[in-house]
Design a protein around this ligand. Structure first.
Ligand SMILES: [Zn+2]
Ligand SMILES: [Zn+2]
Length: 261
């Protein structure tokens, strides 16, 4: 494999960090911007009936979120540089030939990676809600009582650092095809945006569906921002269900938000 970056050349490394930061930030602006345009502007009338509470956001909140997300983009880019370095130096389990393992292993490895991320984030999140830790690490994310797509990466830099470890950690031991690593990053971005949308986009009955009930969406995560000590999950609801931290009002609120108008 041709090296992507020459890590002995400091100028090349700095240029790579700057470019990757821009790519990560642009990915955030494009995905969050697209959701804002679609759900808050274009189909506003259709989705207003789904109880948008964006009116309650203080003026300037979106700019605050974009500012923190820019810093998060830089920290996530550093994590990306770390991943490339690990890959080139032979410290990662990322592979290129999709047939190196069974083709069925591709989605399986992605699911395992998401499960590990879910588990790490759930328990990290519970820890971040301890009062002393909360003030130091997690408060900035909760400055958004009512969220919007711009909240997706609005974290305290300390929280961003704690989150940035997860992919480099996973690829230390779990073999993943590089396309699955990329797909995981896309899922991470899109799900963070959907969860902060504040408008329920999943269909009626999803909260009882055999698959839907395990997936986190806008209503589920909006309750975390409104009530703090419930619904800690990231992609999946299972830890919240197993640990009894899912809001008892979740299903009722989901039904209310997905009612036909
Ligand atoms: Zn959130
Ligand atoms: Zn929280």
């Amino acid at each position: 494999m041709e090296p992507i970056v020459d890590f002995s050349d400091i100028t090349a490394v700095v240029a790579f960090i700057i470019s990757l930061s821009l790519v990560v930030f642009l990915r955030y602006v494009l995905v969050s911007g697209l959701f804002v345009v679609l759900f808050h502007v274009t189909f506003k009338d259709k989705f207003l009936s789904r109880k948008i509470s964006t009116m309650l956001r203080p003026k300037g909140q979106s700019w605050q979120e974009i500012k923190w997300s820019a810093l998060t983009s830089f920290i996530f880019a550093l994590s990306g540089v770390g991943i490339v370095w690990m890959w080139q130096a032979g410290y990662s389990t990322i592979y290129i030939d999709p047939h190196q393992y069974s083709i069925f292993y591709l989605p399986f490895s992605l699911f395992i990676a998401l499960f590990i991320h879910e588990t790490y984030y759930y328990w990290l999140h519970r820890w971040m809600h301890r009062p002393k830790v909360y003030r130091l690490v997690h408060k900035i994310h909760h400055d958004s009582i009512v969220t919007s797509p711009w909240t997706a990466f609005s974290f305290d830099p300390l929280e961003s650092i704690l989150q940035a470890f997860v992919v480099p950690f996973i690829i230390l031991f779990l073999p993943m095809h590089f396309s699955m690593v990329m797909l995981m990053l896309i899922i991470m971005t899109v799900s963070a945006t959907i969860n902060h949308l504040d408008i329920e986009i999943y269909p009626k009955g999803f909260e009882k569906h055999w698959l839907g009930k395990w997936l986190i969406g806008a209503t589920h995560h909006s309750q975390h921002h409104a009530k703090f000590l419930v619904n800690y999950g990231l992609y999946f609801t299972f830890w919240d269900k197993w640990m009894n931290t899912e809001s008892p009002d979740f299903e009722a609120l989901f039904r209310e938000k997905t009612q036909e108008s």
